[in-house]
Design a protein around this ligand. Structure first.
Ligand code: NI
Length: 182
């Protein structure tokens, strides 16, 4: 097990398109995926793309906790050379954060329904549909493979915020609510 350093915004690997993995069954790839899963876990993230650990390959790891998606848990897993097809033009905005941009958050529009396809580490093909939070996580991670951070998808950069400040604002609102509730 190894926890890798997470590249932060400004590292050139985060703004370069990553290269396809030619042989997903190579032991080096399995090792990289194990380390990425350990790193995601150590950083309490729900997704991580290989460029975020300074490796310019098209690999993501992710998980979808049921308490965020409102559906069954999707356990931690890897996807190699993933591709996304939107299944409708509908988009929705929600706040995202990124391990490469620590402390910040902002609203990002994403397709609400997608199909994605990729390879498992054993070389088998995965293809599935995703909606809502699950679809958002996949789109965020796949953007990393094209050298994009969520900031560049925001429609109003004025809404970029510190997570700590947002938490303070929510706490203040809750305090007002508590006062108003008899
Ligand atoms: Ni990210």
């Amino acid at each position: 097990m190894a926890v890798l350093n997470v590249a932060l915004m400004g590292h050139p690997v985060l703004s370069r398109p990553a290269l396809p993995v030619e042989d997903p069954t190579r032991p080096e790839i399995a090792q990289l995926i194990d380390d990425m899963l350990d790193t995601m876990d150590a950083e309490s993230g729900v997704g991580l793309a290989a460029p975020q650990v300074a490796v310019g390959l098209r690999i993501i790891v992710f998980k979808v906790p049921g308490d965020r998606s409102g559906e069954a848990d999707i356990p931690p897993q890897a996807l190699i050379n993933p591709e996304i097809t939107p299944l409708s033009d509908d988009t929705a905005e929600a706040y995202e954060a990124c391990l490469s941009v620590p402390g910040l958050t902002g609203p990002v529009p994403r397709w609400t329904r997608i199909r994605y396809r990729g390879l498992r580490p054993d070389g088998t093909v995965v293809e599935r549909e995703a909606t809502g939070y699950h679809a958002r996580v996949i789109q965020h991670e796949c953007d990393h493979l094209d050298g994009r951070l969520y900031l560049s998808r925001m429609q109003d950069i004025r809404k970029l915020a510190y997570l700590d400040e947002i938490r303070r604002q929510i706490a203040a609102k809750d305090a007002v609510k508590d006062k108003e509730t008899p």
